[in-house]
Design a protein around this ligand. Structure first.
Ligand code: C2E
Ligand code: SIN
Ligand code: SIN
Ligand code: FE
Ligand code: FE
Length: 392
């Protein structure tokens, strides 16, 4: 926080000036989009937008055609946390995307008979009108920005005029942040392609890792207070946990049989190599703007640690292992077990759960194992959708 006497600091240029406290303080650890959205409370008083009671972003996943809630203003419970829906199941929103134009609904009551859950929830939380802005990135649908008010007909032309620049700033910030993550993913993909990657990584493994992690995080959200932003980043980063494997010699990485102790010792270095890669990418690609980079680093650094301290490389235990890594560890082993690898057959779902169960407490976080087990039905669907295929 800036100190009260910030305005008395000497200006090195010698120009007579006053420095103001920065409402978006640079020591603020929240992400840029989170800051913009939460600054809504301050901004709305300023611009007189006191009746905008909710701002939220939903992201669109072109692969699954799903919309998922991402960030929203305000603390406490919200009507649509952890919500996901097929865009096609919400025809009126699909239309906003098709027309590529902001849309005002003066009375959300028009949606009261809509089959989609999401308007029902908005209405039951007392929201009466909405401004919906579709967000595009290079012509592709990126998501939607929602403004809701508890007043019918709140979004007049004047108000919309005031809101749109602000909407643009939020949208840009969201697209930017995701762009940085895509740069990161592209860099990893290139590195992988140069390193003769194993079939494992070209099959559905990466997609499944993202889905399993999301499923587990949703199950743990209440207990750990995960918001949608945390869950989104976790899913985005899950497939990157093994990036350090690009530094492992092919003879070991691609070995069609069991590793010797010596080879396994080399293999274990993929964790430290991964950390080194993240740290050098952060420097070289200026990824400091990726506010969740520490989460990625934790995932890479701690994904082979065990709850009882028997893991590697550090032998960290229990809470010393960040929750994001405890989740990834379960997802990783589960997917490794249920997939065929050059050195093993794929296990059945039951056998894999049996293994996780027997190793739970010692190795895994039991909440994480429970969260995965609770998603069994969903897992079957994920496995069917992202089955092993050589072309991924
Ligand atoms: P991975 O294939 O991503 O496997 C992740 C983790 O899943 C492994 O970490 C291990 O804890 C678990 N796992 C995988 N397959 C099995 C299995 O058949 N039985 C059991 N009980 N657990 C299994 P770990 O052991 O630290 O291995 C790290 C990485 O080393 C593996 O990543 C894989 O790339 C490689 N690796 C491990 N063992 C072998 C092996 O015998 N042959 C080859 N070629 N690679 C191996
Ligand atoms: C949605 O995800 O369909 C709606 C999200 C929202 O209104 O915040
Ligand atoms: C609906 O739920 O049917 C429509 C909601 C919207 O388009 O915002
Ligand atoms: Fe690993
Ligand atoms: Fe792995």
């Amino acid at each position: 926080m800036a100190s009260d006497n910030a305005d008395q600091q000497v200006n090195p240029s010698g120009v007579e000036a006053r420095y103001l406290n920065d409402p978006f303080g640079t020591d603020d650890v929240r992400s840029p989009i989170q800051r913009l959205i939460s600054s809504h409370d301050e901004i709305r008083d300023y611009v007189g937008l006191t009746s905008v009671s909710r701002i939220a972003i939903a992201l669109y996943d072109a692969k699954t055609h799903r919309l998922k809630t991402f960030i929203r203003s305000g603390a406490g419970e919200s009507p649509l946390d952890h919500y996901t829906a097929l865009l096609d199941d919400i025809p009126s929103l699909a239309e906003v995307a098709r027309l590529k134009r902001p849309r005002v609904v003066d009375n959300l009551g028009v949606f009261k008979d809509s089959p989609s859950l999401h308007s029902k929830r908005l209405i039951s939380h007392g929201f009466k009108s909405s401004l919906t802005v579709p967000i595009f990135d290079h012509g592709e649908l990126f998501g939607f920005l929602f403004f809701n008010s508890e007043e019918v007909g709140y979004f007049t032309e004047v108000i919309v005029h005031q809101l749109l620049p602000y909407a643009r700033a939020i949208a840009l910030s969201a697209v930017n942040e995701m762009q940085s993550i895509r740069v990161l993913q592209a860099a990893v993909k290139t590195a992988r392609e140069f390193s003769h990657l194993r079939d494992e990584e070209t099959g559905g493994h990466l997609d499944r890792m993202a889905r399993y992690s999301r499923l587990m995080a949703l199950g743990l959200a209440e207990k750990y207070g995960f918001d949608d932003e945390f869950i989104e980043y976790l899913a985005q980063f899950a497939p990157l946990h093994d990036i350090g494997k690009v530094g492992i010699p092919d003879a070991i990485l691609l070995k069609p049989g069991r590793l010797t102790d010596q080879e396994f010792a080399v293999m274990r270095a993929h964790v430290d190599k991964g950390i080194a890669i993240i740290d050098s990418m952060r420097r070289d690609f200026h990824l400091d703007s990726v506010s969740y980079l520490p989460m990625l680093r934790n995932i890479v650094a701690f994904h082979h640690e065990a709850m009882d301290g028997s893991g590697y490389p550090k032998g960290a235990k229990g809470d010393e292992i960040p929750i994001e890594a405890r989740i990834i560890s379960v997802a990783d082993v589960f997917d490794a077990l249920t997939s065929a690898r050059p050195y093993k057959h794929g296990w059945s779902l039951d056998a894999a759960f049996e293994f996780l169960h027997s190793a739970k407490e010692k190795r895994f976080d039991k909440d994480c194992v429970a969260a995965l087990e609770a998603g069994r039905e969903e897992i079957v669907k994920i496995q069917a959708q992202f089955a092993e295929s050589p072309l991924g």
